[in-house]
Ligand binder design. Structure first.
Ligand code: ARG
Length: 452
């Protein structure tokens, strides 16, 4: 008929494969079939398409699903190819499937439908990672370790406190993805090309059939906006950034002999037989680059696009697929690597006090005994330059205060403040590293996990 002639005329010629998204659309093949089904059911219920033809179309869609994406006829995209396959099976009546819609609202619905599933998987991996971190925290409550700022020894902390710090961040990553999910989960179907339709369609019905929470009301917004993609990719990129820091920490800890990665998460060298390298975590660290690239690619593609549909949007979608796949995989691997790593308690303990990392505790002690904190800071800084032991603190006191240390504080208390374990135990402020304070953090982490 007439339609076939027009399609032949606009087949793309030499630009055919450049135009086509058929290959990339494999990801939305199942989604498109579901959207076709919902649309046809609604058309039949509304009396726009007869029940018999609707039944034939639904049967054809089932057969097309069985045959799979690879068996589709040629087409500019999966929507066109599936429609062609329906018409091949049903005859010209198959063309009624596309009544009261456009590929523009159709593709937007497909992306949202599939992305929902992908974002749910991403959310699940963030939850699995939180579980891994909570387990590490649970067994590392008393495991003293050095804490760093600027990668320099700063103050002793515990493995549990470190693990809970990442759990808190990942918890917010989960929340950001959940928020993105809620805005993905709205149906654009029925927006048609952008300008609605003359047919008496029921948009709430197709939304309901497809499990969407509601509809994107304005038909031009529905068919052309992709802010939901941007928001999702941004949330994924934020999570990838969290993962990259976590990976970097574990890589550094492995380098220092604090942690031993399981063989499953390590690689060896093709030439150096003794090597055990943290390659998986280096790849996790690198995925932050992929995700940032996704945000950049998507933002640049969407910037300045006029209303309503423009074909640029076809290339916006792939940024989202690539980002969600890469970040989900990285999150899963990070969870596994963290869950299976062995912490070397002896190495951690022997380094926990290195670099006079208990200095702040000594200064706190002097301040608690009446010295202005700034004076205490100066005194301990002096001591740090001379070894940071009790002797150094005593001579610093004599120099800075002109009086013996014992005038201000019990030397036994100073001795205790110099011990990394005592130092940790004394920092029991809310959210601090003392085992009791961390126990509260683990409780909050578990409560949040139960809600998510
Ligand atoms: N494949 C296209 C996309 O991914 C949808 C087709 C809409 N095409 C069009 N010329 N209006 O955005």
């Amino acid at each position: 008929g007439e339609g076939v002639v027009r399609r032949d005329r606009f087949s793309g010629g030499p630009a055919r494969s450049f135009l086509s998204s058929l290959e990339a659309d494999e990801r939305i093949f199942e989604a498109d079939l579901e959207i076709d089904r919902a649309h046809v059911v609604m058309l039949a219920e509304q009396g726009i398409v007869g029940d018999e033809v609707a039944g034939q179309i639904l049967t054809a869609l089932d057969a097309i699903e069985v045959d799979g994406h690879d068996s589709l006829p040629d087409g500019e995209d999966v929507h066109e190819a599936i429609e062609t396959a329906v018409v091949e099976r049903v005859g010209p009546d198959g063309g009624r499937m596309h009544t009261a819609r456009s590929r523009n609202d159709e593709v937007a619905a497909c992306i949202r439908y599939r992305l929902r599933e992908d974002v749910l998987s991403a959310i699940e991996t963030t939850i699995a990672l939180r579980e891994s971190l909570i387990e590490v925290a649970e067994s590392g409550r008393e495991t003293i370790m050095p804490g760093y700022t600027h990668l320099q020894p700063a103050q002793p902390t515990t493995v549990a406190h470190w693990a809970c710090s990442y759990e808190g961040t990942v918890r917010r990553d989960t929340a950001r993805l959940c928020e993105a999910y809620d805005r993905i989960n709205q149906s654009p179907l029925g927006g048609a090309a952008f300008a609605g339709t003359t047919f008496e369609i029921d948009r709430e019905r197709t939304a309901d059939l497809l499990g969407f929470e509601g509809v994107v009301e304005n038909s031009m917004d529905a068919a052309s906006s992709r802010d939901f993609l941007l928001e999702t990719v941004q949330a994924l990129s934020t999570h990838a950034t969290t993962l990259s820091g976590l990976a970097e920490d574990v890589i550094v800890f492995a380098n220092r002999g604090f942690v031993d990665l399981a063989d499953d998460y390590s690689s060896t060298s093709s030439i150096m037989p003794q090597k055990k390298n943290p390659d998986t975590l280096e790849l996790v660290r690198a995925v932050a680059g992929d995700a940032a690239g996704g945000v950049q690619g998507l933002t640049t593609t969407l910037k300045g696009l006029p209303r309503a549909y423009n074909r640029d949007l076809q290339r916006a979608t792939t940024h989202a697929w690539e980002t969600v796949s890469a970040v989900t995989e990285a999150s899963e691997v990070a969870a596994g690597a963290v869950a299976t790593a062995d912490w070397n308690e002896d190495a951690l303990a022997s380094e926990a006090g290195a670099g006079f990392s208990t200095a702040t505790g000594v200064a706190d002690l002097l301040a608690a005994n009446g010295l202005p904190f700034r004076t205490a800071h100066e005194l301990v800084a002096h001591a740090a330059e001379h070894g940071g032991d009790v002797d150094a603190i005593e001579s610093a006191a004599a120099e800075v205060l002109g009086e013996p240390l014992a005038e201000f504080v019990d030397p036994a208390a100073v001795e205790a403040a110099l011990d990394p374990a005592e130092s940790v135990a004394s920092r029991d402020s809310q959210g601090g590293p003392a085992p009791d304070a961390v126990a509260d953090q683990i409780d909050s982490a578990r409560d949040a996990l139960a809600v998510d």
